[in-house]
Design a protein around this ligand. Structure first.
Ligand SMILES: [Zn+2]
Length: 113
């Protein structure tokens, strides 16, 4: 039995977070990403992310620096990504605010009676 056990290869422990990151990429601060409370691995680094705006279709770059700000300082959800360009994001924020105001004024009206 001992001999048999000795023949089983010992699995080398693999440290994902020790992997090298590409040049130009911004490393993540895992402490700052803790709010995500995920069992999955956290990203190692940020790189510029190209996308097309959901509303107007304009080609956009979500820079690594902006991503770091969003995930680590604004505590954005790790699964969230940029989908709109800056002007469309502003428009969408205004639309949401307007909808919320209408909804809340409707509620206030209802509770008056
Ligand atoms: Zn747009």
């Amino acid at each position: 039995m001992e001999k048999r056990r000795a023949r089983i290869p010992v699995k080398e422990s693999f440290d994902f977070y020790a992997l090298p990151i590409p040049t130009g990429a911004i490393p993540t601060d895992r402490e700052a990403l803790r709010h995500n409370n995920t069992y999955g691995l956290l990203p190692l680094f940020y790189v510029d992310y190209a996308f097309n705006c959901r509303d107007c279709g304009a080609a956009q770059i979500w820079t690594a620096k902006q991503q770091k700000w969003w995930y680590e300082i604004m505590q954005g959800n790790i699964n969230s990504v940029a989908v709109r360009c800056r002007p469309c994001r502003k428009t969408e924020q205004q639309r949401k605010k307007q909808a919320r105001d209408i909804h809340l004024s409707g509620l206030a009206e209802k509770h008056k009676q």
